[in-house]
Design a protein around this ligand. Structure first.
Ligand code: ADP
Length: 161
């Protein structure tokens, strides 16, 4: 079975993340969305909340599962071999850090490849930080996050629809 591991902080999951998950799910037999512990400082959502939100959003994608991991990504990948890491590339600004991470992961585990999917044009501007900022002002989040989680994001930031 060929497996893709899609790591990130997902604080919270956005339509950009979901776009990458859907596309990976159509290429690979299995996609594991891996919520990395300690990947964000002062997260808006706890780890368990982030996992619950992602599960809600991917519930109809049968070959997608959600896990958490607190160690090195290369170690997580080793537990699921053979697997590749999938990442979304939004802009040139993502490239340098992502390229460096891919090389480090390969250094730790030479069998581990990283595959980059180009962000959908619609979502190149989108990040979890943008979502949090918009939520703080009670903005319409329908273009940013999956509809199933809009109320949770607004409620967390002290706003309700
Ligand atoms: P963020 O950068 O939004 O805080 P994460 O750390 O959770 O997000 O990102 C996990 C992965 O998802 C990274 O590979 C990142 O490049 C990718 N990603 C984030 N936002 C988007 C988007 N809008 N479109 C495509 N890929 C994205």
């Amino acid at each position: 079975m060929n497996t893709a591991i899609y790591p990130g902080s997902f604080d919270p999951i956005t339509l950009g993340h979901l776009n990458i998950i859907r596309r990976a799910a159509s290429i690979f037999d299995k996609v594991i969305v891996c919520v990395m512990v300690n990947s964000v400082k002062n997260p808006m959502f706890t780890l368990d909340e982030r996992v619950e939100l992602i599960n809600r959003v991917v519930s109809r994608l049968n070959n997608v599962q959600v896990e958490t991991f607190s160690g090195l990504l290369a170690e997580f990948a080793e537990q699921h071999e053979p697997a590749v890491i999938v990442k979304g590339l939004r802009a040139v600004s993502d490239f340098e850090a992502e390229f460096q991470m891919a090389l480090i992961n390969k250094k730790i585990n030479p069998k581990l490849d990283t595959l980059f999917l180009t962000a959908s044009e619609k979502y190149t501007y989108l990040s979890s930080s943008v979502v949090k900022e918009m939520a703080r002002y009670g903005a319409d989040l329908s273009e940013f996050v999956p509809y199933e989680i809009i109320d949770d994001v607004l409620a967390k930031s002290g706003n309700r629809r």
